[in-house]
Write a protein that binds this ligand. Structure first.
Ligand SMILES: C[S@@+](CC[C@H](N)C(=O)[O-])C[C@H]1O[C@@H](n2cnc3c(N)ncnc32)[C@H](O)[C@@H]1O
Length: 277
C-alpha cells in the first residue's frame, strides 16, 4: 500500500466528517514524517507495519470524536507546541487574542501576573515567553496541574511561571499588575449543544460554570479588586452573549471596563477592565 492509498482509504472511512488535514497530520505523526517528507514520499510503498497499526488505532479514536490534540498529546498555541492530555482543555485559537492583548498592555515591562484556571498553561507560558513577567498559574484540578508543570518544564520557565493549586485566587499577598483568565463559561445547556469532541472528551470542570455559565466570571470579577495593584488590569475571555452580564459584574466590583476585543468570527471575546489608580 502507498501512503497516498492509506490517505485516500482514511478519507473514505471518515465519509467527509474529518478534515483532510487532520488525517494528514495523523499519518505524518504515526510514521514520524515531516510535512514535506510526507508529500515527497506519498507515492512510495509503506514498509512500516507498526506505523500502519498505530495510524489505524489513532484513526479509530479520531472517528469516535476524540480531539486530534489528545491523540497527538500536543497542541500548537501562539506558535508553541504545548503538551496536552484529557485533563486539560485543548487550547483554542481565540484565546491567543487574550495573550496578544495582554502582551500589548504589558508593553515589554516587568510585571506580576496571575493566570486563573491555567489548565495546560498556554496563557501563562505564552505571556512569559514574550514578556519579562513573573506569573502565578493557578489551577484547581490536580491532574491539570500535572500537565501545567510539564509545560513549565518543557519551556524552561521554572523561575518565572509558578504553578499553584487553588480555588480561583491565591491567598492574598503582593498585588498583581495583571490578572488574566479563560475561565469555564458554558452553561449546562450550552454543553449539551456542544460538539461530541467537547461534550465527551474535554473536562467538564474546564467548560461549565453554573446554570448560566457566568458563575466563575462573576466570582473572578468580584475578587479581582482585592488582588490587583492600583491601575492593574483584568483580562477575561468570555462566551458569546455574555458581555452585558460581565459589564454588570465589573460595575458592581468597581472596575472600569476599558475595551472588548472581538474574535475572528466577530464575537465579543476578551474584556479588558482596570482598577483605578
Ligand atoms: C476554560 S479552561 C482554560 C484553560 C487554559 N487557561 C486555556 O485557556 O486553555 C478553565 C480552567 O479553569 C480551571 N478551573 C475551573 N474552576 C476553577 C477554580 N474554581 N479555580 C481554579 N481553576 C479552576 C479548570 O480546571 C480549567 O483548567
Amino acid at each position: 500500500m502507498l501512503y497516498s492509498d492509506l490517505f485516500a482509504w482514511a478519507l473514505r472511512r471518515c465519509a467527509g466528517n474529518e478534515l483532510p488535514t487532520a488525517i494528514e497530520v495523523l499519518i505524518e505523526d504515526s510514521f514520524s514524517l515531516s510535512r514535506s517528507r510526507f508529500w515527497i514520499q506519498k507515492n512510495q510503498v509503506i514498509r512500516d507495519a507498526k506505523g500502519v497499526r498505530r495510524f489505524r488505532r489513532r484513526l479509530r479514536r479520531l472517528l469516535a470524536g476524540e480531539p486530534l490534540a489528545y491523540i497527538l498529546r500536543e497542541k500548537e498555541f501562539f506558535g508553541h507546541a504545548f503538551a496536552v492530555s484529557p485533563a486539560v482543555l485543548v487550547p483554542r485559537p481565540e484565546t491567543e487574542l487574550l495573550v496578544e492583548k495582554a502582551l500589548e498592555l504589558l508593553g515589554g515591562k516587568a510585571a506580576r501576573v496571575l493566570d486563573i484556571g491555567a489548565g495546560s498553561g498556554c496563557i501563562a507560558i505564552s505571556i512569559a515567553l514574550h514578556a519579562p513577567v513573573a506569573v502565578t498559574a493557578l489551577e484547581k484540578s490536580r491532574p491539570a496541574l500535572r500537565v501545567l508543570k510539564r509545560n513549565i518544564e518543557r519551556f524552561k520557565l521554572l523561575e518565572r511561571v509558578h504553578p499553584q493549586a487553588g480555588d480561583l485566587f491565591p491567598p492574598a499577598g503582593e498585588p498583581y499588575e495583571m490578572i488574566v483568565a479563560n475561565p469555564p463559561y458554558l452553561s449546562r445547556g450550552d454543553l449539551r449543544q456542544a460538539p461530541r469532541s467537547v461534550r465527551f472528551f474535554e473536562p467538564a470542570e474546564a467548560l461549565v460554570a453554573g446554570a448560566k455559565g457566568t458563575e466563575a466570571l462573576e466570582r473572578i470579577i468580584a475578587g479581582a479588586p482585592r488582588q490587583l495593584a492600583p491601575g492593574g488590569r483584568l483580562l477575561l475571555e468570555i462566551g458569546q452573549g455574555q458581555r452585558r452580564s460581565v459589564s454588570a459584574f465589573l460595575k458592581a466590583a468597581g472596575l472600569r471596563e476599558v475595551e472588548c476585543v472581538r474574535d475572528y468570527a466577530g464575537i465579543e471575546r476578551v474584556i479588558v477592565a482596570q482598577k483605578d489608580r
